[in-house]
Design a protein around this ligand. Structure first.
Ligand code: CA
Length: 646
């Protein structure tokens, strides 16, 4: 009898201490989120289709005004529907309809200071952030750390890229999101120096679910964050930038005004990889921060630096690449580092006039530095203060330059996020598009900043030139990007090589290990609205003509993107539509040829061109009519690829 009362009492207490306080589901009911308050700490868990996506995971903020990760009380919840239609011409899809159920859970600390946690749950995505009201007279706060975490089941495997150490790599320019990814590793493996992992990170929960974690909506108003090393049982936390970034200058956390918000953290969930490839959540929950000063024109470009390197920064070679861009029908040339010293400001005006006479517009390279690393290439100190920047941009506008590639940033601190935003905002005033290199992941920037047209933030084409290991893993990495890095943001990879050897002579040295058709397939697989291709002028005569014709026509903007097949690290097939034309592209990173039965309902009975490799890895082109049922059986050679073009 006594024992019975005790267990009822225990159950009662347990319910108070571990109370579930709120719940919300996606519009289709499959994605379900529960909020708990355990001993004053808010937690959440996520299920998809009745199966675990995240186990109970911690929430909360640590501020200079107090600890908002414990001793909280639950006040109330509200649920409302969010619906939004928008168009975007710089991402994987052009017309987006976002519908979500929005749950706001409000908490208070012991001093009655409020904190709300907002979750927006759409069919395959959760975006959440913290919202802070003004606390009495307190209208400014510093967020120092977060308790926010993501708890995966122990059997989860991970596809992650480690955060680079601060002030390392070339001329102390790291971190720059250029570590490469590992695949299918157990949780809790850890990184050298406990540096954690960059966003996005992909997680496979056995045969149950795939989960992609990322972050969006980071502007000058916050620092960018990343994932900590995981614990052995699968808990990853939100981690703020290492204090040593930016040569130790600037804080790790964020200084915000009250009322204020944190960036959105995003969780994309599906029982296949389809929602991972097709998600637009990075763009759904952000808004443009200013209007474009004009209509920006995206397109294709040539750039000499990637294969011909620093020595090509001279008048004659740049003329060759301008003529080459004109022959390809490309819109742009990117004139890379050292033009200030090797061609000079005066001669540049003449060179740009020459480009215009050939109907080619110009992107120019700039060093972002400044004071925070040792990158020696010029122009230096022209982007790093608003006085120099506006003076330079006025000149750039006068001579008709259309865009800049700004390189070598100092990390993820709020200090650096302000710098990115200042460059973007000033550039818009002078009609300039911006590409960032040596940089962080763009977090919703395609939509937030109208003149932002691409970020590197990947182990990019330059490392194929520099590293045998990266050449050997070229296909491996290519199969990962559409599922991870490139699905949350534009990826300025600078690829598509036709040289057999990745140098100017093209007769020996850095041998390319992937096929020619693999290369053109990456032109479709890798998405960025402005693409600087790694083709060289000699390719007009030494590369296969029908591949160069394909490259002359290749689009860089897309109305739709669909997952077709694949597994990160093994092989990948995706479809993209530009206007009325579908492109289906695939690559294979496995040691054997792979035969796939593709289901292509968009091409039922359609006449298409099919680019593939024969078993000697030579390029082939056939005309073909896809069967009425939309099926097509394709073989992809190892280190090879294919493209079906409508
Ligand atoms: Ca780089």
């Amino acid at each position: 009898m006594k024992k019975g009362i005790l267990s009822i009492l225990l159950l009662f207490i347990t319910n108070i201490i571990f109370a579930q306080v709120a719940t919300v589901s996606s519009p289709d009911g499959k994605l379900k989120l529960d909020i708990f308050l355990e001993e004053g700490q808010p937690k959440y868990s996520v299920e998809y289709d009745g199966k675990t996506a995240l186990e109970k995971s911690p929430l909360g903020l640590l501020t200079n005004e107090g600890d908002f990760s414990k001793n909280l009380t639950f006040k109330e919840q509200t649920v409302e529907q969010v619906e939004k239609k928008y168009t975007q011409d710089k991402i994987k899809k052009s017309d987006i309809h976002y519908v979500a159920n929005k749950l706001t859970s409000s908490f208070e600390d012991e001093k009655q200071r409020g904190l709300s946690i907002v979750f927006q749950v759409s069919n395959n995505d959760i975006a959440f952030r913290y919202e802070l009201p003004a606390w009495g007279e307190r209208r400014a706060v510093v967020i120092e750390e977060e308790a926010t975490g993501f708890k995966f089941p122990e059997y989860t495997t991970t596809f992650l890229s480690n955060m680079m150490g601060a002030m390392g790599a070339f001329a102390r320019t790291s971190p720059s999101y250029e570590s490469g990814y590992t695949n299918d590793e157990p949780v809790g493996k850890g990184t050298y120096g406990n540096l954690g992992y960059v966003f996005p990170g992909l997680f496979r929960l056995g045969n149950d679910n795939w989960v992609l974690l990322s972050e969006t909506g980071v502007s000058s108003q916050y620092n960018a964050s990343h994932l900590s090393d995981g614990t052995k049982d699968g808990l990853y936390h939100i981690q703020y930038p290492h204090l040593n970034q930016n040569n130790g200058f600037g804080s790790r956390g964020a200084q915000i005004s009250l009322p204020g918000v944190t960036p959105w953290r995003t969780i994309t969930v599906g029982n296949t990889l389809k929602p991972i490839v097709e998600t637009t959540i990075a763009f759904d929950v952000v808004e443009p921060l200013y209007q474009p000063s004009q209509e920006y024109k995206f397109g294709r470009g040539t750039w000499s630096w990637i294969v011909w390197q620093d020595q090509s920064m001279n008048w004659d070679d740049q003329v060759k690449y301008i003529d080459f861009a004109a022959d390809m029908g490309y819109e742009y040339i990117l004139i890379d580092a050292l033009w200030d010293a090797n061609i000079g400001y005066e001669k540049m005006e003449e060179l740009i006039d020459y480009a215009h006479s050939k109907n080619v517009d110009v992107f120019l390279w700039y060093n972002s530095n400044g004071a925070f690393n040792d990158a020696p290439q010029g122009p230096r100190n022209r982007m790093s203060t608003s006085i120099a920047r506006k003076e330079e941009m006025k000149w750039l506008q006068k001579i008709g330059v259309k865009g800049l590639k700004v390189d070598f940033f100092g990390g993820d601190k709020q200090e650096t996020m302000r710098f990115y935003e200042d460059i973007l905002s000033d550039a818009n005033d002078y009609g300039l598009m911006i590409i960032f290199h040596g940089c962080t992941l763009p977090r919703g920037w395609e939509r937030m900043y109208p003149n932002f047209v691409g970020s590197e933030a990947v182990l990019a084409s330059e490392m194929l030139i520099f590293s045998q290991d990266v050449r050997e893993k070229e296909a491996f990495y290519a199969t990962l990007h559409p599922f991870i890095r490139n699905t949350v943001g534009t990826m300025e990879f600078g690829g598509v090589f036709m040289n057999k050897f990745l140098n100017r002579g093209n007769t020996r040295g850095q041998e390319r290990l992937t096929t020619d058709v693999f290369q053109i397939a990456t032109g479709i697989l890798f998405q960025s609205p402005v693409q600087m291709f790694a083709l060289t002028p000699n390719n007009l005569t030494d590369a296969e003509g029908f591949l160069m014709d394909f490259m002359k026509d290749i689009p860089t903007t897309w109305n739709e993107t669909l997952y077709i097949d694949g597994y990160p690290g093994k092989y990948t097939v995706i479809a993209r539509r530009n206007g009325d034309n579908w492109y289906i592209a695939g690559v294979n990173a496995m040691e054997e040829a792979i035969e796939l039965q593709l289901d292509l309902p968009m091409l039922k009975g359609e006449k298409v061109n099919i680019y593939n490799d024969n078993n000697k890895k030579e390029p082939t082109l056939i005309n073909h009519t896809i069967k009425k049922d939309g099926s097509y059986k394709v073989t992809i050679q190892p280190n090879g690829g294919f493209v079906i073009k409508q």
